[in-house]
Design a protein around this ligand. Structure first.
Ligand SMILES: NC(=O)c1ccc[n+]([C@@H]2O[C@H](COP(=O)([O-])OP(=O)(O)OC[C@H]3O[C@@H](n4cnc5c(N)ncnc54)[C@H](O)[C@@H]3O)[C@@H](O)[C@H]2O)c1
Ligand SMILES: [Zn+2]
Ligand SMILES: [Zn+2]
Length: 379
C-alpha cells in the first residue's frame, strides 16, 4: 500500500510500504478516506523528535472498516469509523478512569500510545491507504448515517476537536466565563470554539498569523495580534483589568516571539499574567521532556523558566497532557450530527496522498491560507 513516510528532517515521501493487516484477533483494518496533517506532525517533520526514519505518520484518521479480527464483537465491516489519535486498551487503570491518553497497556514502559508518532509506540500512522487499529471495539467511534456528508467535520473528532475541548476542561471553563486562548492553529481555534460551546461569555484568541486570527473572529472570538500589541495588556483591558477567568495554551514549546524567534516559556508566562487570580490554565500545546535541538539552554533539557512565584501568589490552577480523546468524542460527535457544531470551518485544503509532501512544506511554513490540510488517500 502507499503511505507517507518520514525519511529525516523536512523530508517525507509517499512510498510503497508493507500492507497494514490484522495482526491480533481484536484488530480492525480500516480503509482510510480522510487523514489530516496536524501541528503535532510538524515537531517530527522539523526533526525535533527522535522519530525513526521509515515511520508512517498520521494520527487523525477516519475511514471504512474493511476487515475485523475474530475477537471483534461490536464493530462491523462497512462501518464508517473515526479513530482517536490515542490508542487505548479500555481496561487498564488509566483507561477505566477515562484517561485513555495515558493507557498503560499499549506502549509498555510509558503511559500513552498513538498512531504514527514519536515515542508513542510501534504503531503505523494513517496517512496511508489502510490502517491497523488495535483493540478495534475500544478504539473505533462508529459514525452515524451522515458520516459521508459530514466527513470533514467528523474527522476532527480524531484529535483537534476533543483536544481543543479538553484544554477548556483542564482550564475549568464554565458558562459565562471569559477565556483567552494562546495560539490560533487548528487546536487553538477548536479550543475557542469549545469555549463557546461551553457558554463562555467572551473568548480572546492570540496569534500573529492574520488568516488564523480571521477564523477566530469568524466564530465570534476577539482576535489579538501579539506582533502588534501586548497580548497581556489587551486581555487585561478587555476584562476590566482583572484578567480572563480561564486560559488555554495551544501553541506549545515551539511558541515564537513577535519577531519569529522560538521562546518556549513565552505563552506560559503570558498566561500567568493574563489569567485572573484563582483562575485556571489548560496546557494542551505540547511540551517535551527533552529537546536537544532547541537553541534555548533550559529547553534542551525540557525545562522552561516559569513564573511560579506569580502563579502561586495568584492561586492559579493548571492541567496538562495529551488529550483523552475518547472521553469527549461521542458527545462532540452528537453535536456535529445534530448540526450544533461544524468544526470543518478550519479546513483550508483537501488533497490526495500524493500531494502530502508538498502540503507538509506549506503547512510547516505556516503559509497564508494553510490552516488545516485533509488528505484523501482513497480519492
Ligand atoms: N495535547 C494534545 O493532545 C495535543 C493534540 C494535538 C496537538 N497538540 C499540540 O497543540 C499545539 C498546537 O497544535 P496546532 O495543530 O494548532 O499547531 P500549529 O503549529 O498549527 O499552531 C500553533 C499556533 O500557535 C501560534 N503561536 C506561536 N507562538 C505564539 C505565541 N507566542 N502566542 C500566541 N500564539 C503563538 C502559531 O502562530 C500557530 O498559529 C502543538 O504544540 C501541538 O503539538 C497537542
Ligand atoms: Zn493531531
Ligand atoms: Zn489502557
Amino acid at each position: 500500500m502507499k503511505a507517507l513516510v518520514y525519511n529525516g528532517p523536512r523530508d517525507v515521501s509517499v512510498k510503497e510500504v508493507a500492507d497494514a493487516k490484522i495482526e491480533h484477533p481484536m484488530d480492525v483494518l480500516v480503509k482510510i478516506t480522510t487523514t489530516n496533517i496536524c501541528g503535532s506532525d510538524l515537531h517530527m517533520y522539523e526533526g525535533r523528535t527522535n522519530v525513526e526514519a521509515g515511520k508512517v505518520l498520521g494520527h487523525e484518521n477516519l475511514g471504512e472498516v474493511v476487515e475485523i479480527g475474530d475477537a471483534v464483537g461490536r464493530v462491523e465491516v462497512g462501518d464508517i469509523v473515526c479513530l482517536p489519535f490515542n490508542i487505548s486498551c479500555g481496561f487498564c487503570k488509566n483507561c477505566e478512569r477515562g484517561l485513555t491518553g495515558f493507557c498503560l497497556t499499549l506502549n509498555p514502559g510509558t503511559a500513552g500510545a498513538a498512531y504514527g508518532y514519536a515515542g508513542m509506540g510501534p504503531y503505523s500512522g494513517g496517512q496511508a491507504e489502510y490502517l491497523r487499529v488495535p483493540y478495534g471495539d475500544v478504539n473505533c467511534l462508529v459514525l452515524p448515517e451522515d458520516a459521508g456528508e459530514k466527513e470533514n467535520d467528523y474527522v476532527m473528532l480524531a484529535d483537534i476537536f476533543p483536544t481543543g475541548y479538553e484544554s477548556t476542561e483542564l482550564a475549568g471553563v464554565k458558562p459565562g466565563e471569559t477565556v483567552v486562548v494562546y495560539g490560533a492553529g487548528p487546536v487553538g481555534l477548536m479550543a475557542a470554539y469549545s469555549a463557546f460551546i461551553k457558554g463562555a461569555s467572551k473568548v480572546m484568541v492570540v496569534d500573529r498569523l492574520p488568516d488564523r486570527l480571521k477564523l477566530a473572529k469568524k466564530i465570534g472570538a476577539i482576535p489579538i495580534d501579539y506582533s502588534k500589541e501586548s497580548p497581556v495588556g489587551q486581555v487585561l483591558e478587555l476584562t476590566g483589568g482583572e484578567g480572563a477567568d480561564r486560559g488555554c495554551e495551544c501553541a506549545g514549546y515551539q511558541a515564537h516571539d513577535a519577531e519569529g524567534n522560538e521562546q518556549p516559556n513565552l505563552t506560559m508566562n503570558q498566561l500567568v499574567r493574563s489569567v485572573k487570580p484563582t483562575g485556571g490554565i489548560g496546557v494542551i500545546g505540547v511540551f517535551v521532556p527533552e529537546d536537544p535541538k532547541a537553541s534555548d539552554k533550559l529547553e534542551k533539557k525540557g525545562q522552561i523558566a516559569f513564573d511560579l512565584g506569580l502563579f502561586f501568589s495568584k492561586g492559579l490552577q493548571m492541567g496538562s497532557g495529551q488529550a483523552n480523546v475518547k472521553k469527549y468524542n461521542r458527545h462532540l460527535c452528537n453535536l456535529i450530527h445534530e448540526g450544533k457544531a461544524k468544526p470543518s470551518f478550519i479546513v483550508s485544503h483537501e488533497l490526495s496522498l500524493k500531494e502530502a509532501p508538498d502540503a507538509y512544506k506549506h503547512f510547516d511554513a505556516r503559509e497564508k491560507g494553510w490552516t488545516k490540510v485533509l488528505l484523501k488517500p482513497a480519492a
